[in-house]
Design a protein around this ligand. Structure first.
Ligand code: FES
Length: 123
């Protein structure tokens, strides 16, 4: 776990403050769900985390935040997530961009699965 000291906090300049602070101190969302609640061949959104199950027993976790301009992604159809702000779309098996203006794939998290519960962890 990263701690954020006062010195680290003060290192950022006015122009880099937000990015540096988020990189060093920002908290990733933390979510969990019963494995049986994640639809096979689709996904579900829980506490700003998109949990997908591309193939049976294979779980993926992505940030719900769109890499384009940080809107929350709200539309899931099968293994495609679409940000309705400017219609970037993403493959939930890989996180890759499949359409729209997003310059980057979804932020992917690691996944912990104890056989009953699936949770995202830092990747
Ligand atoms: S913010 Fe998601 S496509 Fe623009």
């Amino acid at each position: 776990m990263t701690t954020c000291s006062r010195r680290l906090f003060l290192l950022g300049t006015a122009t880099t403050f937000a990015g540096a602070y988020l990189a060093a101190c920002g908290k990733e969302p933390s979510a969990e769900i019963a494995a049986t609640e994640i639809p096979l061949g689709s996904a579900i959104i829980v506490d700003k985390v998109i949990f997908a199950q591309p193939t049976e027993g294979e779980f993926k976790a992505y940030s719900q935040t769109c890499p384009h301009q940080q809107s929350l992604i709200t539309k899931i159809e099968g293994l495609t997530a679409t940000c309705t702000s400017h219609y970037s779309s993403f493959d939930l098996a890989t996180g890759e961009v499949t359409g729209g203006p997003s310059p980057k794939p979804l932020t992917e998290y690691g996944v912990e699965n104890d056989g009953e519960t699936v949770r995202n962890v830092s990747s």
